[in-house]
Write a protein that binds this ligand. Structure first.
Ligand code: PLP
Length: 336
């Protein structure tokens, strides 16, 4: 076992003993036949949490996002999103490479959704000259935006304008749990403001794998075909779904702790606390490779976002003592 304090990402968590027990005890079946009780229970519960008719368990957030966007966008049409969105930054061009979907990006202020700015870029479906904008994708919380929570008024405005404008809204809710805990906005409200939404259990919720796509029953039936087509049909995968259900019961309620730890780190490192809305702290204007190497030598792992930016992410596997220790190490390095 290593003794590193790993602040690179909230994906580095390991399943807890309680989660492993839940996995071992899961009642399972063949999920390609839709006969895995643990998967079905998770899908039903997640659909209900977000106020949607149906849900589909998928292996990754990338698959959830890409199938979600494909459900509301035909090949040759476009999805509009923020230039720093995960769907266009970290998903290997899947929309184009796999689905023939065009993406167009708008540079936002640090990932913060500005509905009017996006809507102004939407192109109609009935013009012979223009690539039709079928959907807008929104990320909440925003990863490259340092975990910022999208303002509810902007989400509502985008939704209202989408109903008038005839385009769909896809939510990349990989960390929507963090947004919900930080803002107090119900998950069902976030769900109500999207046609399709992908949510992850392998980030702050601490499972080894697993995402769920929610949408209408009709769309989820189509999503099931796409999942199989992409090689994402899985068999007795209730062992993984059980981890997700366990996470909803035991890890969702504790996410606020991660947020508190992030604020603690920010305070220790002189970062403006207003920039810390969830579980991420961004250090700007630092010599990222040098700080990252030096921190590693002292047992603290951090993420280099760019040459001048470092990201710290708090999670289930860093307790308060570890956060304080990491704060001391990094504060000393930044003072040099
Ligand atoms: C992690 C993440 C995803 C999904 O990533 P996978 O590694 O495919 O599970 C999607 N969106 C955001 C914002 C993320 O941070």
């Amino acid at each position: 076992m290593t003794s590193f304090i790993d602040l690179r990402s909230d994906t580095v968590t390991r399943p807890t003993p309680g989660m492993r027990r839940a996995m071992a005890e899961a009642e399972v079946g063949d999920d390609v036949y839709a006969e895995d009780p643990a998967v079905r229970a998770l899908e039903e519960r997640t659909a209900e949490l977000f106020g949607h008719e149906a849900a589909l368990f998928v292996p990754s957030g990338t698959m959830g996002n890409q199938i979600g966007m494909r459900l509301v966008c035909e090949p040759g049409q476009e999805v509009l999103c923020d230039a720093d969105a995960h769907v266009v930054t970290y998903e290997m061009g899947a929309a184009a490479a796999v689905f023939g979907i065009s993406t167009r990006t708008v540079v936002s202020a640090g990932g913060r959704l500005d509905a009017d700015q996006l809507v102004a870029q939407v192109r109609p479906r009935d013009d012979w000259h223009l690539t039709a904008t079928a959907a807008v994708a929104v990320e909440n919380s925003h990863n490259r935006g340092g975990g910022l929570v999208q303002p509810l008024e902007e989400l509502q405005r985008l939704w209202d304008r989408s109903r008038e404008g005839g385009f769909a809204v896809h939510l990349d809710g990989a960390r929507v749990w963090n947004a919900h805990v930080a803002s107090g906005v119900p998950l069902s409200t976030y769900g109500r403001l999207a046609d399709t939404a992908s949510v992850c259990f392998s980030k702050g919720l601490g499972t080894p794998v697993g995402s769920v796509l929610v949408a209408s029953a009709e769309r989820i039936a189509t999503a099931r075909l796409w999942r199989k087509r992409l090689g994402g049909g899985m068999r007795q995968v209730g062992v993984l779904a059980a981890a997700c259900t366990y996470a909803l019961d035991h890890h969702l309620p504790r996410l606020g702790e991660d947020h508190e730890h992030a604020r603690l780190l920010a305070k220790r490192l002189g970062v403006d606390p207003a920039t810390v809305e969830t579980n991420m702290v961004v250090l700007d204007g630092v010599n990222a490779p040098v700080v990252a190497e030096a921190a590693k030598a002292e047992g603290v792992l951090v993420s280099r976002v760019s040459a001048r930016r470092i990201r710290l992410v708090t999670h289930l596997d860093v307790d308060r003592a570890a956060v304080e220790r990491a704060g001391d190490v990094l504060a000393a390095l930044l003072d040099r």
